[in-house]
Design a protein around this ligand. Structure first.
Ligand SMILES: [Zn+2]
Length: 309
């Protein structure tokens, strides 16, 4: 278990990226791996006697040089007693940010990929009087509009996943802006809808340099996206619950929670069509050990996650 950021920090072009954890929590292995048989997933991930596996809660902090942008805010500290029984409510994010010298007031922008309780929990906190207030007082918050519309009237299947206190007060006050998908929020940081886990979940795409890297002419002409190609732009994507851990990178290894499992497969295919040739760094929201990796595809079709050295 790790709770410090020192191990998970890298430079992406002009940006600095760090991963901060809100802690880890137990999750039913069957639900985590959907239709994949346990004899297959249990070779890769250990389950306890109750069939629980350990899931992480990874937020991504991007320092652009002008702003501090926080992608995802974990599970937070407002779970009901019933939900605490299942998820224990680790609530480590603010401590971990603080240990790295980052105060809530330092955050300029917060982006939620979707509005499930384990992705936007620290958006708000209760103050001394029990009033819901923004955790990051100066921040502009962003979330997918379709997700918010859905969250107001979720299905019986997933209504437990939505806690309106995490976003409704922010929308009401105008501090949260709702996104259609495709917007650039600040130069280099944009969102893109990947349907599957929910209808409107968005990945957060970070292009760490606004200018292609200058390279000597004789090395140009290699394949597009190769670091030696003149059009190479270092890129990362917080792909959220489209592939929550490195164990979910295979096209067919989706979660049981996905509302549109066939669309999960198509969205992964669409993601890989760019992310593989352009060598994007993929950031994993629920991986307790490997928060980011470069995904490669072998000739056999097998997908592998290469950890960042
Ligand atoms: Zn989710």
């Amino acid at each position: 278990m790790w709770h410090t950021e020192s191990m998970h920090r890298l430079t992406l072009g002009d940006f600095e990226l760090s991963v901060f954890s809100d802690g880890t929590y137990p999750l039913d292995g069957g639900a985590f791996f959907g239709v994949i048989p346990k004899v297959m997933w249990s070779k890769k991930v250990a389950a306890d006697e109750r069939n629980y596996v350990t899931a992480g809660l990874n937020s991504l902090l991007i320092r652009t040089g002008k702003q501090m942008v926080l992608v995802e805010t974990g599970m937070g500290n407002k779970l009901s007693d019933r939900m605490k029984k299942f998820y224990a409510q680790p609530a480590k994010l603010l401590e971990n940010l603080s240990a790295a010298g980052v105060a809530p007031e330092d955050i300029d922008i917060v982006i939620n990929s979707h509005l499930h309780f384990d992705h936007c929990g620290w958006n708000t906190v209760r103050d001394k009087n029990g009033k819901i207030v923004p955790t990051f007082p100066r921040a502009k918050y962003f979330a997918p509009e379709g997700e918010w519309q859905y969250a107001r009237k979720p299905s019986d299947r997933d209504s437990i996943s939505y806690i309106p206190e995490n976003y409704d007060p922010l929308v009401a006050s105008g501090q949260m802006r709702l996104l259609k998908g495709g917007e650039e929020i600040v130069p280099g940081i944009s969102v893109k809808t990947f349907r599957g886990h929910t209808a409107s979940m968005q990945g957060i795409i970070v292009r760490g340099s606004q200018n292609p890297h200058p390279v000597p002419a004789k090395t140009a002409g290699t394949r597009v996206g190769h670091p030696l190609d003149s059009s190479y732009v270092p890129t990362a994507c917080y792909i959220s619950d489209l592939m929550p851990t490195t164990t979910h990178i295979d096209l067919t290894w989706g979660m049981g929670f996905d509302l549109y499992p066939l669309d999960t497969i198509e969205s992964k295919r669409e993601y890989y069509a760019r992310a593989l040739p352009e060598q994007w760094l993929t950031v994993f929201t629920h991986d307790p050990k490997v928060p980011w990796a470069y995904i490669e595809k072998y000739e056999s079709g097998k997908m592998v996650a290469k950890e960042v050295a």
